[in-house]
Design a protein around this ligand. Sequence first.
Ligand code: V07
Length: 263
Amino acid sequence: MLDKLIRKKGGEPKTDNADRQLLDETAIPGHVAIIMDGNGRWAKKRSLPRIAGHHEGMKTVRKITREADRLGIKVLTLYAFSTENWKRPKPEVEFLMRLPEEFLGTYLPELVERNVRVRMIGDHEHLPPHTRRAITRAMDETAGNDGLILNFAMNYGSRAEITEAVRTIAKAVAEKRVKAEDIDESMITDALMTAELPEPDLLIRTSGEVRLSNFMLWQLAYTEFWFTDTLWPDFNEDRLQEAIGVYQARSRRYGGVDKEDTD
Ligand code: V07
């Protein structure tokens, strides 16, 4: 411990293998959600077009999916495209909408091989047909897998998701299938697009922004948050392990007492 503190004082922690944290393999978070920010900034720093950052970010998705699988994480949710992202310049949006095809074109066989199940949350009906086809095919081909769930938030916005859930429940009330006084939290949870998934244990956001940006507002009520200045294309196995190490240290500190009653 002391040696860690001394080393930290000396500057940036090293990122080689020897410096990796020892994680408690019995306390790996079941569901990790990531806001993958900083791709444009990564490109700008190198005088490259923003799309070069997005493309590099896609390579990080592959790297982190492999590591999540290796660590025994059960669900990895990645915020790939928000409902706000449509406001970006058309050529950038068009490039982004080709990334699922490119990613799956090269990586789907490995996902199948690794028993990974691909899922998606978000409004898929308003995605370009080519994007939708690629994702649907990946979901179909991996539907029987029971390993890591790789859940892409695509054309996703949490308020839109909650609004849609309210509509579903309101319709059930109007049709007298549900009584208004019987609406409870679990009914709302079950009407969300994450109904089949556990709540995230750990949220990571890269690139120094400390906001939720309309991401999983309901689902993150009890989640641990970890923010890093590292830009998404520079994020790697060591940073993921660092985040999980922090998550585990916090869990240990609760030491059996109720998480929400630690004062
Ligand atoms: C995207 C790369 C990662 C950083 C964030 C912005 C750019 C992988 C996918 C993807 C999505 C669905 C799917 C398979 C792969 C992706 C978009 C952007 C729109 F089934 N990376 N990535 N989709 N970026």
